[in-house]
Design a protein around this ligand. Sequence first.
Ligand code: SAH
Length: 213
Amino acid sequence: MDYESDKKIMVEEQLIGRGIRDRRVLDAMGKVPRHLFVEEALRSRAYGDHPLPIGEKQTISQPYMVALMTESLELKGDEKVLEIGTGSGYQSAVLAELCEKVYSVERIKSLAVKARDRLDSLGYLNIAIKIFDGTYGWIEHAPYDAIIVTAGAPDIPKSLIDQLAVGGRMVIPIGDEFSQTLVKLEKGRDGITTTNICGCVFVKLVGNHGWKE
Ligand code: SAH
């Protein structure tokens, strides 16, 4: 398999071709080896235009969705970012290329452990992972300049809004179990504004301020 050329084609066709413009996001996704975030049997499909299973009935998001959500966070390099739903660790690695420090929360231990191993072997030193219900956020390191939730929620957990810095941005899929809207929330001095980005389908955000199992 020629993963390098698969990766280039993914960036050209799926990302640039669909309007992703942030050069830093394109470079990060052109760098992170997505095939190392899925099981060996799925590696040949790692750069395809779709999500893939990662075990425990969870998925690694489609490349375009990762790019779109990341671009929405408008990262410049010095931010502290909170991610809810570590999953494979792929989105965490993309974020780690673009900001100072990533705090990622995952509720399923086996996924968090695997993600930690992968990220360690790739040399990512600026990602902290915690096994916990991410609907509570990660209070110890708040406030965050950006928050990304990679599972679908019935509404925006209040604790996450509270842990977002003034001037910060959050992206989160909001809707029912089967389909959601990707929502961008911005916290200004005068209050909160939300924008709908597009329709999307994510696995459920399961937790105290999310769906019940
Ligand atoms: N960002 C991931 C996508 C993971 S899919 C990647 O790049 O691979 C969504 C993940 O959210 C799953 O791993 C799921 O277990 C996790 N999740 C769901 N509810 C959660 C919660 N309340 N707290 C933390 N993680 C949660």
